[in-house]
Each structure stands twice: as structure tokens, then as C-alpha cells.
Write a protein that binds this ligand. Structure first.
Ligand SMILES: *[C@@H]1O[C@H](CO)[C@@H](O)[C@H](O)[C@H]1NC(C)=O
Ligand SMILES: *[C@@H]1O[C@H](CO)[C@@H](O)[C@H](O)[C@H]1NC(C)=O
Ligand SMILES: *[C@@H]1O[C@H](CO)[C@@H](O)[C@H](O)[C@H]1NC(C)=O
Ligand SMILES: *[C@@H]1O[C@H](CO)[C@@H](O)[C@H](O)[C@H]1NC(C)=O
Ligand SMILES: *[C@@H]1O[C@H](CO)[C@@H](O)[C@H](O)[C@H]1NC(C)=O
Ligand SMILES: *[C@@H]1O[C@H](CO)[C@@H](O)[C@H](O)[C@H]1NC(C)=O
Ligand SMILES: CC(=O)N[C@H]1CO[C@H](CO)[C@@H](O)[C@@H]1O
Length: 490
């Protein structure tokens, strides 16, 4: 998943759209607020001597807030953060009488510490710095809401939320700063850094089912063959002539199939392919129509995201997210979506070396994602935090980088249905077009979504109420009463 900075489509705003980034469909203009506020943030939290600052963007929405109630921090991940969308987190905020706040991730959107994104300037782009940003913001905002309500030293109960990479940040925030939040929702949270992420392709095969999978494999073979004989025409057929490197092109083709399953539209892809098989139409041509109409059209991805020239561009723009996320991939988390050695859907030319070469090419120096250090720092699937609720969608290829097992302190739920993908608990299905408030009526098993949502609500309710008893500071004013029960029961 390349997951996200924003471009406007006529009816849908997608924040960044390739599957090697987790591209999450965006809110399409339905925001509770887009009113930017700014925080002076430290560029390097780990330097003992040097403390330059940059401006980091955040948003607040307090219409649902009942004084003394909880503060919900919705973590923004690897994309521009244009505001606070009126999504399912907002539904929860209303239910709990919570203030909603959201901080843009450093470097993305308008929160870049540097004017130029050279490799050297990206040295402060990491999840570790981002978590520290969240901690600083949490303290800053607590003070500012105290001032607003003329309270001193008050501590509201906080809860953090995130999906995908920001879901991992949500879990990691609770792990590393347990005194700053009562709990965390980690939706489709990729907490395990994986070097050769072959399970990703395998899950696509399982989500597709045997016939659609076989059709996709046949397409890969046919395209590979045509790349040998007539490279130019097959790229042109997909509108991707600008990609000089054949494997970049094959990567685009793999991603295009992934998003159908990742975001809950399997039939948009598989129905026409199975029909082509049955009626003898050209599979490659039918796939090319899908890529152009759906992946580039409806979904809003672009060929550019796969173009090395674009990834090398160091100018700060609304399209910098591709480069920034690759930097995090190449340095910290990998998730290299390499072809499994057997029964792969994607081309076997998409291998480990392809990814390492891309990193070297784009950033101009040898980079090696130190996944062992990342997992050592956070614990991977053995994360030893408490009060974190994990959710996964059954069809989502990313779920294999999420937590595997459930325990009382770290409950984990899987939502099973034909179109349950990435972040389904918060976003519903399908996610393109997205029903911004996360309506689940078009999930093939709405009850599966409702059940997990109810569990999530129960955990939030319980953990907010327990927060005061176990909080670090017994002298706090008794501000937690409002959070002991939800404001409304549905
Ligand atoms: C970036 O901004 C330009 C100019 O404002 C706009 O035309 C373009 O669609 C935007 N692209 C994205 C990806 O948001
Ligand atoms: C704030 O609280 C102080 C002390 O309780 C009080 O004197 C003051 O009038 C309050 N100010 C506002 C704006 O409510
Ligand atoms: C990843 O795959 C490559 C190529 O198959 C192999 O050489 C390497 O040892 C693998 N690395 C890990 C950490 O699995
Ligand atoms: C780099 O990106 C900027 C902003 O999108 C654009 O104006 C510029 O032309 C790009 N440079 C190259 C060499 O493509
Ligand atoms: C390779 O995949 C096929 C199809 O799933 C399976 O039947 C076969 O056993 C696999 N071979 C190996 C060596 O894993
Ligand atoms: C569910 O699907 C129907 C038919 O496509 C559509 O009209 C309706 O708007 C969808 N509902 C939601 C909440 O997306
Ligand atoms: C609780 C639960 O079902 N978690 C699932 C999350 O995804 C992983 C990977 O598929 C499963 O192994 C877990 O069972």
C-alpha cells in the first residue's frame, strides 16, 4: 500500500492511493473542521543539544465535548491531513461526549520541517520521532483545553485512534507513553515490520478465490511475455508508457489488483475477469480496462506514483507522500511485497532486490530497512502494551502484519466478510466509493461489523472508566465521571 497525499477527483477525494502505501480513500469534503492550527514542534526529539523547531499542523473539534469528558486523538498517518473527517471516529466522539483532535504526521502535508526533501533532510522522518510529536502535542493540547475552560492542572482521559500505519502508531503510542492515554484502537495496525512480506500476495490469492486468482496469474504471465516481445504496446495499453522500468510497471499491475481486496471491491475486479474467461475475451485487455477505469479513474491512483523520476523529486508538494512513505519503508518497516516463491500472483521479478534497488535509486545511497531493530523497539506481534484493541478485516492483505492473537489486555478481533478490507471497523465497505461515516450496510455481513464495533465501544468505555483508578496521579481533580458511561447508549 502506498497509502496517501491528496488529490481531488470530481466526486471523491483520495488521499494517496497506491497499495504499497496504505492509501486510504479520503473524506470527499465531508469534514467536521478544516480549520488549521499550529504547534511549535521539536525537529529532533533525540538530540541532547540542538532544538530547532518546525510548525506542525493540527485540528480540533469540540462541538460534542462535555467538560471533563474524554479527548479522542485521531492519529494521521502517511499522508496530508486536511482536517477532521466526519467519520466513524466522530460517531464515537459524539457517543462519548469527547473532544476530537488530530495532528498531521511530520513531513507530510504542511508539516514538513524542511523546504527540500533531500535524503539528508529526511533523517528525522521516523515512527519514533512521530510518537514523540504525539506526546508533545498531547501535553500541549491538555494545557490549552484547560486554559479554554479555565481549569488548572486538569487531566482529561485520552484515547488514541488510528488505521493502518497510524493504527500501528496508535498501538505504539499506548505502549511507549502509557501515562498519556487510557487506551488505543489499532485498526488494521501494521505493528510487525516484515522484510520479505510474501504473505501479502498469498492473502490476495485467498481473498480472490481460486478462479479469480488463476485469471490474475494468467494475466501476469501474458503481460510478462508481451514485455519480451512488444514492451511499448503493452505499457501503452495500460496508459503507463512513462514507466521505463518493466518491474515498476509490473508493480503497478500488482497494486491495481490488491486495492480491489484491500478496500472492499473484489467483484469490480473478479466479475469481469471471470466473464472474460467464460466468453473468451482477452484477459489482458479486460484487466487494462479495470486498471484505467477503476484504479486510475474511480480509485484515483496514478502512474506517476510508480515513476522513479517522481519518487526522486525533492520538492515539497501535495504529491510528496509517495517519496516520504518509501523513505519509511526503506529505512524502518520494509513490508517489501515480494512475490512468494510458489504460486505467486505478482510477477516473480518483484523480488527483494527490486525493492533494495528502488531504495538505492530513489534515495541515492544504500538503504536497508532494519526491521529487526523496529521489531526489537516495539515488540512486533509480541507488543507488550495493555488496553489496545486490535481489529482486522478478513480480506485485507495487511492483516498478516498485525497482531495475531487476542488476550484480555490486548483484545483482537477479525471481521469476516466477502468485502471486509483494511480498516473496515472504522470505514465500512466498500471503501470506494467511501461512505464517510463508515456505514456498514453494504458490507456483505453488516452484523459482523456491528458486533466488532460494539466490542470496541465496550473496551473504550471500560478503559476510560478504569483510567482514573490506575492513573499515575492521584491528586487529579475528579474529572473522569463524565467518561464513566457513554453519553448515549447507541
Ligand atoms: C496538487 O495541487 C495541484 C494544484 O493545487 C492540483 O492541481 C493537483 O490536483 C493536486 N494533486 C494532488 C495529488 O492533490
Ligand atoms: C477563572 O477561574 C477563576 C478562579 O476560580 C475566577 O476567578 C475567574 O473569574 C475565572 N475566569 C473565567 C473567565 O471564567
Ligand atoms: C528475503 O528474501 C531474499 C531473497 O529470497 C533472501 O536472500 C533473504 O535472505 C530474505 N531475507 C529475510 C530476512 O527473510
Ligand atoms: C518536482 O515536483 C514539483 C512539484 O510538483 C514540480 O513542479 C517539478 O516540476 C518536479 N520536478 C521534476 C524534475 O519533475
Ligand atoms: C505450489 O502451489 C501449488 C498451488 O497452490 C500447490 O499445489 C503446491 O503444492 C505448491 N508447491 C510447493 C512446493 O509448495
Ligand atoms: C449501498 O449500495 C447501494 C447500491 O449500490 C447504494 O445506493 C447506497 O448508497 C450504498 N449505501 C452506502 C451507505 O454506501
Ligand atoms: C483476533 C484475530 O482473529 N486476529 C487475526 C488477525 O489477522 C491475523 C492474520 O491473518 C490472524 O492470524 C488473526 O487471527
Amino acid at each position: 500500500m502506498r497509502v496517501l497525499p491528496g488529490f481531488v477527483l470530481s466526486f471523491l477525494l483520495i488521499s494517496s492511493v497506491e497499495p504499497h502505501r496504505f492509501h486510504l480513500p479520503n473524506a470527499g469534503g465531508k469534514y467536521l473542521t478544516k480549520n488549521e492550527q499550529w504547534l511549535d514542534q521539536t525537529v529532533d526529539h533525540f538530540s541532547p543539544t540542538d532544538h530547532p523547531q518546525f510548525k506542525q499542523r493540527f485540528y480540533e473539534f469540540i462541538d460534542y465535548y462535555q467538560v471533563g469528558g474524554p479527548i479522542f486523538l485521531k492519529i494521521c498517518g502517511e499522508s496530508t491531513c486536511p482536517g477532521i473527517p466526519n467519520d466513524y471516529t466522530a460517531v464515537l466522539a459524539k457517543k462519548f461526549g469527547a473532544a476530537l483532535v488530530s495532528l498531521e504526521h511530520r513531513y507530510y502535508g504542511k508539516s514538513s520541517p524542511f523546504d527540500d526533501l533531500t535524503t539528508h533532510n529526511l533523517r528525522y522522518l521516523s515512527s519514533k520521532q512521530a510518537l514523540f510529536d504525539l506526546a508533545v502535542f498531547r501535553q500541549y493540547y491538555q494545557e490549552s483545553i484547560n486554559v479554554k475552560y479555565n481549569l488548572s492542572q486538569a487531566e482529561n482521559p485520552w484515547f488514541v485512534f488510528g488505521v493502518s500505519y497510524s493504527g500501528a502508531l496508535s498501538a505504539w503510542f499506548r505502549l511507549k507513553f502509557p501515562h498519556l492515554t487510557c487506551g488505543s484502537l489499532a485498526s488494521s495496525a501494521v505493528v510487525l515490520a516484515v522484510y520479505n512480506f510474501t504473505e501479502f500476495d498469498k492473502q490476495i490469492g485467498e481473498s480472490a478465490g481460486p478462479e479469480c486468482k488463476a485469471a490474475l496469474q494468467e494475466i501476469t504471465e501474458l503481460v510478462e511475455r508481451r514485455l519480451q516481445s512488444d514492451r511499448g504496446s503493452v505499457k501503452a495499453l495500460f496508459g503507463a508508457s512513462q514507466l521505463k522500468n518493466d518491474v515498476d510497471f509490473l508493480y503497478l499491475l500488482a497494486d491495481a489488483a490488491v486495492i480491489a481486496f484491500q478496500y472492499g471491491n473484489p467483484d469490480v475486479l473478479c466479475s469481469p475477469l471471470l466473464d472474460a474467461k467464460a466468453t473468451g475475451k482477452s484477459l489482458v485487455e479486460v484487466y487494462a480496462s479495470y486498471v484505467k477505469d477503476y484504479y486510475f479513474g474511480t480509485f484515483g491512483s496514478s502512474v506517476k506514483s510508480y515513476d522513479l523520476q517522481h519518487l526522486k523529486n525533492t520538492t515539497v508538494s501535495n504529491e510528496s507522500g509517495d517519496r516520504l512513505w518509501w523513505f519509511q519503508v526503506c529505512s524502518e518497516v520494509a513490508y517489501f511485497q515480494v512475490a512468494p516463491s510458489n504460486d505467486s500472483i505478482r510477477s516473480s521479478r518483484i523480488d527483494t532486490k527490486y525493492h533494495l534497488d528502488l531504495c538505492k535509486n530513489v534515495f541515492g545511497e544504500v538503504m536497508y530497512p532494519d526491521v529487526d531493530m523496529t521489531n526489537l523497539y516495539y515488540g512486533g506481534t509480541k507488543i507488550a502494551g495493555t488496553r489496545i484493541v486490535f481489529t482486522n478485516g478478513s480480506q485485507d492483505p495487511w492483516r498478516h502484519a498485525s497482531r495475531q492473537i487476542s488476550s484480555p489486555d490486548l483484545p483482537s478481533y477479525i471481521i469476516k466478510c466477502h468485502n471486509c478490507g483494511h480498516g473496515t471497523d472504522l470505514r465500512g465497505c466498500p471503501q470506494s466509493p467511501l461512505s464517510i461515516e463508515g456505514n456498514a450496510e453494504n458490507c456483505t455481513a453488516p452484523d459482523a461489523v456491528h458486533k466488532v464495533r460494539q466490542q470496541v465501544i465496550n473496551h473504550i468505555d471500560l478503559w476510560l472508566s478504569q483510567c482514573k483508578d490506575t492513573g499515575p496521579d492521584d491528586d487529579e481533580p475528579d474529572m473522569f465521571l463524565a467518561s464513566r458511561r457513554m453519553i448515549s447508549s447507541e
